[in-house]
Design a protein around this ligand. Structure first.
Ligand code: SF4
Length: 715
């Protein structure tokens, strides 16, 4: 069946022309909603969320409803561009590929193969991510490449790997509906993952919902208990809860002794987190702390969830591991309604984590392990010598490499770091120093693409085929329903073209289609915790998707196919060498960007609306989505701080940090505590303020704590 016809789920007679409906997974967030794209004359004309789908059952957030915006946008990039005499001029693909190969090879021959790096994304399909990772590292000899998933998920990866032995989020979304206690840490589910919030609202067990967040977010407003701990004191709070649970005798000792290691050491280390200390450091009152402990202790099915409020902190990995510790010590893992559950950010962050060949070799293998390199070489049919044994630099180290001159060329795919990277102005200045910058994206006018020497116009969601893997490990099909505009090509086709012009085309003869690559990835996963050999290729992924793992043995034992919802660790065996999950503890440390007399406020950033996506490259072009959020940048501030500064709602203010300043309209609201202000991350000005600090274990940027001052804007 031709790719464009595969996935057609029904034929609808229409007055003008036959209409088809092509089923695909949404290309924005990691929830992975299923969307039905209505197609007429081979063009996408409408989109409707899929009824009966196990993820979203007929619901979508505003972004999903507006998912066709890029397909009809008049300003999409349609031609490759090459900088000549300071101007970007249109060229054909042959010239673009030739220029790419010549310029990148010139940098490599002058400064060494590792002087060129790539920055990838969680927004392209898994098969394209895998192609990019193999092409760059095995075909072109690049050493360093990282994904923008470093900005959102690196912490969860590091935390799970250390505690569970593999990056393995254990849950199914169904757990939100089965818990009797739900603990959300640093997660504004109502705005960031509205469909999951809806599922939580549908929970029939009248759950206690405990939200840990310094702001009274939309999610906190719907909680039964809001713990408004001071910013970045969540690690202290979690240790305090763990200590109180031990004191109360709420530890599942049978589970701990049979399935975990390090509990005694952990329990001894957190003994110092008595309620008095915890309340003093977090600003919480004793009664709320005890109520949270009571609820967790009494819960039969307690699930713990976290997102960016944890992941984007200066001690993020240890904080996430404190959440994991709570689940382990209370035996809340591997059963329905439980789990230590990280919710991912981007639509294919999970694909990036497992199969992008950036931070680790395919399927979570270790670059420094000769056995793993040989296995990858054998499956791909390439010389093991093509697989380097040096691990890649992380994103921030690549940026530092530009500053110290060791990175001279950069290839950026489907991401806009000059908007999204922490302390973004520094990155913009550094990109301008590069010998060559290649940008591959849907639009040539992003803050990053405008700096490119070579621009490669790419197809977007619903213009290509492949798979996304959502937060609950569900692999779903992405199907083409629309032709890319002009000469834009799928990222897959662009990688094929680069391979040919680079001279490594023969290495990728088997990478002839996304379906063929999926088969290679399945083979690469064989015997690994993410084994997907039982799925049976693209054709085996039904409309409901399949959660990993799904091995050949699983498939043989289940002739009717995989169950709709599965969770990991039901048998209490983890992926560590001894099969036990680990308790990990570290003493908290202060945030990098401390407040001071002249910068007394803590700036928090986050998703400001469910109607915009990250840097607004796509959503910013939809008038409908624009109408759902304030037209101007708003700074949220507590009444106390506004009064102190003589500010009133609507007034223009200057927000100043150690890196720069911006102007916004102030919005005075009791949802902010005194001493804290909030800006939505979607505005490009915001990351001109944020402080370049990183969690030392995951190297994820700490976006959530920047010292600022706010004053009335000049006249
Ligand atoms: Fe669903 Fe996320 Fe897409 Fe919204 S953006 S429709 S929540 S997958």
């Amino acid at each position: 069946m031709p790719a464009a016809l595969d996935g057609v789920v029904r034929q609808v007679p229409a007055a003008r022309a036959p209409e088809r409906v092509v089923r695909s997974v949404c290309g924005f967030c990691s929830t992975g909603c299923s969307l039905d794209v209505h197609q007429r004359d081979r063009r996408a004309v409408n989109v409707v969320p899929t009824r009966g789908h196990p993820v979203n059952d007929g619901s979508a957030c505003p972004k999903g409803w507006e998912a066709l915006t890029p397909m009809v946008a008049p300003d999409r990039a349609t031609r490759p561009l090459v900088r000549r005499g300071g101007r970007m001029v249109p060229v054909d693909w042959g010239v673009a590929f030739e220029t790419f190969a010549e310029r990148v090879k010139a940098v490599q021959s002058a400064h060494g193969p590792d002087s060129v790096a790539f920055l990838s994304t969680g927004q392209i399909v898994t098969e394209e991510m895998a192609f990019l990772g193999a092409l760059a590292k095995f075909g072109m000899g690049l050493v360093h490449g990282d994904g923008n998933t470093r900005q959102c998920m690196a912490t969860s990866v590091a935390a799970y790997k250390e505690c569970f032995g593999f990056d393995a989020p254990p849950y199914a979304y169904d757990d939100l509906e089965r818990s009797d206690v739900v603990v959300l840490v640093g997660s504004n589910l109502a705005i960031a993952h509205p469909i999951l919030f809806e599922r939580l609202q549908r929970n029939p067990h009248a759950p206690e919902v405990i939200v840990v967040d310094p702001r009274t977010t939309e999610t906190a407003m719907a909680a039964t208990l809001h713990l408004a701990a001071r910013p970045k004191t969540d690690q202290v709070l979690l240790y305090g809860i763990a200590r109180a649970l031990i004191e109360r005798g709420a530890v599942d000792h049978a589970f701990v002794s049979e399935h975990t290691s390090g509990f005694e050491r952990f329990a001894a280390a957190i003994g110092r987190y008595d309620p008095a200390r915890v309340c003093a450091e977090t600003g919480l009152d004793d009664a709320d702390l005890h109520r949270a402990v009571d609820a967790i202790a009494a819960g039969e099915r307690v699930s713990f969830w976290w997102t960016m409020g944890v992941n984007q902190g200066h001690a993020a990995t240890r904080t996430a591991q404190a959440i994991i510790a709570l689940a382990l010590m209370t035996g809340n893992i591997g059963r329905p309604g439980t789990g230590a559950n990280s919710i991912t950010g981007q639509c294919n962050a999970m694909g990036s984590r497992l199969f992008s060949n950036t931070a680790s070799l395919f399927a979570g293998r270790d670059t420094t392990d000769p056995g793993h390199r040989q296995e990858v070489a054998d499956v791909l049919g390439i010389d093991v010598g093509a697989i380097g044994d040096r691990p890649s630099l992380a994103y921030d180290q690549i940026v530092d490499g530009i500053e110290d001159g060791s990175i001279r060329g950069l290839w950026i795919v489907a991401t806009n770091p000059v908007h999204s990277w922490i302390d973004r102005r520094r990155l913009g200045r550094l990109l301008d120093r590069l010998d060559v910058l290649v940008v591959q994206d849907l639009y040539a006018d992003t803050e990053t693409a405008r700096r490119a020497d070579v621009f490669l116009p790419a197809a977007g969601w619903a213009e290509k085929e492949g798979t996304f893997i959502n937060s609950e490990r569900r692999i779903g099909r992405v199907r083409p329903a629309h032709r890319p505009p002009g000469q834009a090509r799928t990222d897959f086709e662009i990688f094929q073209g680069i391979a040919e012009f680079w001279g490594c085309g023969p290495m990728f003869r088997r990478w002839r289609s996304p379906a063929a690559v999926f088969d290679l990835l399945a083979e690469l996963s064989r015997g690994r915790p993410c084994d997907i050999t039982g799925i049976g290729g693209h054709a085996g992924i039904g409309d409901d998707g399949v959660q990993w793992p799904w091995t050949e043995a699983d498939a043989a034992a289940a002739p009717d196919g995989p169950p709709l919802e599965r969770r990991l660790f039901a048998d209490g065996r983890f992926h560590t060498p001894d099969g036990r999950a680990r308790f990990i503890h570290d003493e908290p440390s202060p945030p990098h960007d401390a407040t001071s007399d002249d910068l007394p406020l803590i700036l928090l950033t986050g998703r400001g609306t469910s109607a915009q996506w990250h840097t607004q490259t796509r959503t910013g072009r939809s008038p409908t989505l624009a109408a759902l959020a304030p037209a101007r940048l708003h700074l949220e501030m507590s009444p106390h701080d506004a009064r102190q500064r003589g500010l009133r709602s609507g007034q223009d203010v200057t927000v100043r940090s150690r890196r720069g300043a911006l102007t916004a309209a102030v919005f005075v609201t009791p949802t902010l505590q005194p001493g804290q202000v909030f800006l939505p991350m979607h505005d490009p000005a915001v990351n001109a303020l944020t402080a370049p600090g990183f969690d030392p274990w995951s190297r994820q940027p700490a976006y959530k704590h920047t010292a600022v001052e706010v004053v009335a804007a000049p006249g």
